[in-house]
Design a protein around this ligand. Structure first.
Ligand SMILES: [Zn+2]
Length: 257
C-alpha cells in the first residue's frame, strides 16, 4: 500500500493548512479519501496525481463542506461510486457505509469504523494498520466536538484497533497513534473539569465559559470552541452535574441530581 496526499487550497483557522485528500494505492488500484471542497484547481491536482492509475472508489469521512462536496463530481469523472455514511450538504453517497462495511480496492480491504462525535455521520477508514481519521483526530490540534458522549466512545473504539499510524483530514500524519488518542481523551476530560470549575466559579453562559476556559485559544476559534463547550454542557447536564436553562447554566444542587 502506498499513500499520497493532495492538499486542498482551503487553508484557514478551522482547516489548518487545508484539507488532506488522501490517495490510497493498493498496487493495482486506488481509492480517493475526502476529495474536499469544490475547487477546480484541486480537482485537477487530484486527477493529475492519480495519473493513469485505476480508481475504484471515492470515500468521504463526513459531510462537512471542507471534505465532501467534490466527491460526487470526482466519482462521476472516474465513473466509480462515491461512498459515505449518509447524504449531507453538497453530497449524496452512491453507496452507504455503516460500521463494519468493507470496500475492496484491488486486493486491499478498507474497513469502515463509525466514529460519531465530531459529527453524527463521521467515519474512519482502516487500511492495514493505518487509520484515516478525517476530523475525528487532526494532526497538531484538538477538534470541534458536536456530541461529547459519543465522541469519547468513538475515541475508545479506535484505541482498541491495531494501529501504526493516523492519517488525519488536516495536519500531518502521526506515527504514535495511541499517545495521540490518549492525549485526545485526556484533553476532553481536562476541558470537562475546567468547564465545571468555571461554572462553579460563576460562569453562567457559553460566552462566560469561553472567556475563562479558552482564554489561551485564538479568538477566531471561539465560535468553533463554542460548539465544543455546548457539547460538554450537554453531557454534564445529562450526567446531572449542571443545569442548563435556555442560555444560562448553573451547577446542579445536590438535591436535583
Ligand atoms: Zn475538516
Amino acid at each position: 500500500m502506498r499513500i499520497e496526499r493532495v492538499l486542498a487550497p482551503n487553508p484557514g483557522p478551522y482547516t489548518g493548512a487545508g484539507t488532506n485528500t488522501w490517495i490510497v494505492d493498493s498496487g493495482t488500484a486506488v481509492a480517493i479519501i475526502d476529495p474536499g471542497p469544490v475547487h477546480l484547481d484541486h480537482a485537477r491536482a487530484i486527477v493529475e496525481q492519480v495519473g493513469g492509475r485505476k480508481v475504484e472508489a471515492v470515500l468521504v469521512t463526513h459531510t462537512h463542506e471542507d471534505h465532501a462536496p467534490l466527491a460526487n463530481h470526482l466519482a462521476r469523472e472516474f465513473d466509480v461510486p462515491a461512498y459515505g455514511h449518509q447524504p449531507g450538504p453538497g453530497f449524496d453517497p452512491d453507496v452507504r457505509l455503516t460500521d463494519g462495511s468493507e470496500v475492496e480496492i484491488g486486493d486491499l480491504r478498507i474497513r469502515v469504523v463509525h466514529t460519531p462525535g465530531h459529527s453524527d455521520d463521521h467515519l474512519c477508514f482502516l487500511a492495514g494498520r493505518v487509520l484515516f481519521t478525517g476530523d475525528h483526530i487532526m494532526g497538531g490540534s484538538s477538534v470541534m466536538v458536536e456530541r461529547l458522549a459519543p465522541y469519547m466512545e468513538s475515541l475508545e473504539r479506535i484505541r482498541h484497533l491495531d494501529l501504526e499510524a493516523l492519517y488525519p483530514g488536516h495536519g500531518e500524519t502521526m506515527t504514535d497513534p495511541y499517545e495521540v488518542i490518549d492525549w485526545y481523551i485526556a484533553h476532553r476530560l481536562q476541558r470537562e473539569a475546567e468547564i465545571l470549575r468555571a461554572v462553579r466559579d460563576g460562569a453562567s453562559s457559553v460566552a462566560d465559559i469561553l472567556e475563562v476556559v479558552y482564554r489561551d485559544v485564538d479568538r477566531s476559534l471561539h465560535p468553533l470552541a463554542a460548539h465544543s463547550v455546548r457539547a460538554h454542557l450537554e453531557k454534564l447536564a445529562a450526567d446531572g452535574r449542571v443545569v442548563v436553562e435556555g442560555q444560562t447554566v448553573r451547577i446542579a444542587s445536590e438535591g436535583s441530581r
